[in-house]
Design a binder for this molecule. Structure first.
Ligand code: UT7
Length: 345
């Protein structure tokens, strides 16, 4: 266990650092639904294979005129409404995404303009499917030091824009969505109790989008070779995802002296039902402690965990004081786990 994490947990518990609570959440999924039956007409696959190997039944796909910022802005507006916060009162916007509208300006700036958060400073954070979790911890650090009071943390993805629709091993897995959380200090409330963030760049080749960056700028050849689409070694990623998420979750619980029985709800990254089952098998706890919505949305990368958290909250699965554990894993590799004491007014 990392001593820095332990020190942060202790400082938050002693209230020597300002704690950071989620005070409102929101999410948005585009209207268009792509079912497994639709995919059967596009590539050589079957509903049986997809359901058995992944648990995914359908996913939502953004319209051509709906970039990531449009999805993120809708989720952000819903989160602000839930928190009762006016857009002008937001100090900082972080957007976690691997599908920014453009390389620059950053997607958070584009969302700022749409929602009218004119007093915020804005940046994107790229940590693939762990992006929301990483961004939540960054927000908590700014709040801890008093550098920001109200932070909007958004996970938004138009993964359909980087999906090879002729590759059956990839196109059945992903979907588009956005989620957002308002993060603020609430005196006396514990908020984010623990956060474990880990990375291993040595495994970056296993999941990546090869072209379009400075290493391999876009050219006729890169387009012809399909190098602007995500590439993944599914089996290897699967193995690492399970081991890494279990390790991070155990470290997060240990850092606060908790066991799985203390956690009301676990929200794992929604990539594959078999991954969730493997994690649950090793962490223990009852099946109803694990929140699942991947059958409806597929893997929505940085949006995955926050969309699930928003759905769980709106479905009444969390009461004030409940502990919720978020766990994520993505390309980089980047992974982590966070434990949050749920706050409501
Ligand atoms: O968000 C970042 C984290 N990402 C993940 O967590 C994804 C991790 N990986 C996975 O979820 C799984 O590895 C997959 C769902 C991607 C694949 O499942 P798998 O059980 O590992 O299958 P596989 O890749 O080993 O492929 C098994 C077979 C292959 O055929 P052969 O070689 O055995 O003849 C594939 O060609 O399934 C075939 N296959 C398909 N068949 C029908 C691959 N995709 C499909 C498909 N429909 N869509």
């Amino acid at each position: 266990m990392n001593n820095i994490i332990k020190a942060q947990v202790a400082a938050r518990a002693n209230q020597t650092l300002r704690t950071a609570c989620i005070t409102g959440t929101g999410s948005y999924v585009p209207e268009k639904i792509l079912t497994n039956a639709d995919l059967e007409k596009m590539v050589e696959t079957s509903n049986e294979w997809i359901v058995e190997r992944t648990g995914i039944e359908e996913r939502h796909i953004a319209a051509p005129d709906q970039p990531t910022s449009a999805l993120g802005a809708k989720a952000a507006q819903r989160a602000l409404e839930a928190a009762g916060v006016a857009p002008e009162d937001v100090d900082m916007i972080i957007t976690a995404t691997i599908t920014p509208d453009m390389v620059f300006p950053n997607t958070a700036c584009l969302i700022q303009e749409t929602i009218g958060a004119k007093n915020a400073f804005c940046f994107d954070l790229e940590a693939a499917c762990s992006g929301f979790l990483y961004s939540l911890d960054v927000a908590a650090q700014f709040i801890a030091t008093g550098r920001a009071d109200t932070v909007l943390v958004i996970g938004a993805e138009k993964i359909s824009s980087i999906t090879d629709w002729s590759d059956r091993s990839m196109c059945v897995l992903f979907g588009d969505a956005a989620g957002a959380a308002v993060v603020q200090h609430r005196p006396g409330a514990n908020g984010l109790l623990a956060s474990v963030m880990r990375s291993d760049g040595g495994l970056s080749d296993l999941l990546k989008l090869p072209a379009g960056g400075s290493r391999m700028p876009a050219s006729e050849e890169t387009v012809k070779a399909g190098l602007h689409y995500m590439k993944m070694n599914g089996r290897e990623v699967f193995k690492h995802a399970v081991n890494s998420m279990v390790g991070a979750a155990r470290d997060a619980m240990e850092s606060c002296g908790l066991t799985i029985d203390d956690i009301k709800l676990v929200i794992p990254h929604q990539a594959n039902m078999r991954i969730v089952n493997a994690i649950a098998g090793r962490l223990g706890g009852a099946p109803e402690q694990y929140f699942i919505n991947l059958h409806k949305y597929g893997n929505t990368s940085a949006a995955s965990v926050i969309v699930a958290l928003d759905e769980a909250a709106r479905a009444g699965r969390l009461d004030k004081g409940d502990l919720v554990m978020l766990i994520a894993f993505g390309g980089g590799f980047v992974w982590g786990a966070g434990i949050l004491e749920w706050w409501t007014p």
